[in-house]
Write a protein that binds this ligand. Sequence first.
Ligand code: GDP
Ligand code: MG
Length: 439
Amino acid sequence: LTTGLETAWKKLKGEEVLTKENIVEPMRDIRRALLEADVSLPVVRRFVQSVSDQAVGTGLIRGVKPDQQLVKIVHDELVQLMGGEVSELVFSKYKPTIILLAGLQGVGKTTVCAKLALYLKKQGKSCMLVAGDVYRPAAIDQLVILGEQVGAPVYAAGTDIKPAEIAKRGMQEARKKDIDVIIMDTAGRLQIDKTMMDELKEVKRVLNPTEVLLVVDAMTGQEAAALVTTFNVEIGITGAILTKLDGDSRGGAALSVKEVSGKPIKLVGRGERMEDLEPFYPDRMAGRILGMGDVLSFVEKAQEVMRQEDAEDLQKKIMSANFDFNDFLKQTRAVARMGSMSRVIGMIPGMGKVAPAQIRDAEKSLKVMESMIEVMTPEEREKPELLAESPVRRKRVAQDSGKTEQQVSQLVAQLFQMRVRMKNLMGVMEGGSLPALSN
Ligand code: GDP
Ligand code: MG
């Protein structure tokens, strides 16, 4: 999506104002980019129409270039399309809150059950998982194992009882145990079929859940719109969880859910580990789609790993764009400790989407960077300008770290690029200035 949009912006460079005529081509590119990102056609049509109307309708803001203004309009419209704000999970007034998960087979429902239990546990809520997938004994075992991993009790009643009955007994069990939240796993099918829907309806009737969350694989693509519509019409959902966002997905599903159902994406799954579940931030997703990286999510992830004060410091540094080599080092080390590079790498500004094959290379290059930073003097780390200005210093760093002078120069250039990108990004996030566009 990013490349397509970049072409669109470039076409507007040098134009003075946005007119019906000069936005035709960029809009065509945006349309194509969205379709290539697997956004469904009706959603694309409405999006393009709405952006065009606004682009021509609004007067130019003084000091803002037309291409930048179009970026802003597209960004804001993407945010709106995805629901605008973060949508929190809803909890019932009286215990237990009941969350019913639905979705096709293999999308990650069972995994989400356990992830969600861990996520809520961190908020101080006790959860019980209910095994409602009675078609495969393995599914129950899987839930039991995952429940153990996250320290949540699992209610399972075997495979010869109807899911609705399991739901009923599960609720009794949860009341006995004074559980805060029940999370019910259900069986999926490869495709939507009537038996599955009828079963879900019956379970929903019995449970009367506060949340009915449709779990959607981010790779679903074009079919996401139809899928979400059907589930919403048939059983009525309160929101969605987008899984496997760490994969090579093109983001289409994220853009369709709210538009076709009116229900927000509430959470996203970004990996196979139990910790890999986060709130869904429409503005960050829009930024990511527009290729600006996802600094805030990154900082948040880093916070879990780094000591709190370090993370706050880093955040401040990013805000003020005084990001230096010490921060760089902290950040790369945090990334290394986080283990799964793939999940995080897409969030680093400028790194964009990285194919799984490239991840090992990226990890290697982080090691190389680290070894160069380690031999810098404290002064050089804090003032990268020193290295930028002095070939002698760069030569010394190269020698001490066993790397080439060219590698050192690249590292220094990279740090300055990151500063610029972060500054631009923060401008957009604060609603202040607009992003400068790279040529
Ligand atoms: P279910 O059939 O809907 O219950 O799906 P499962 O929970 O059994 O998950 C199917 C597969 O997807 C498993 O191998 C999970 O580890 C994997 N999976 C689930 N969520 C994610 C995610 O966010 N990212 C990645 N990469 N894999 C996931
Ligand atoms: Mg399952």
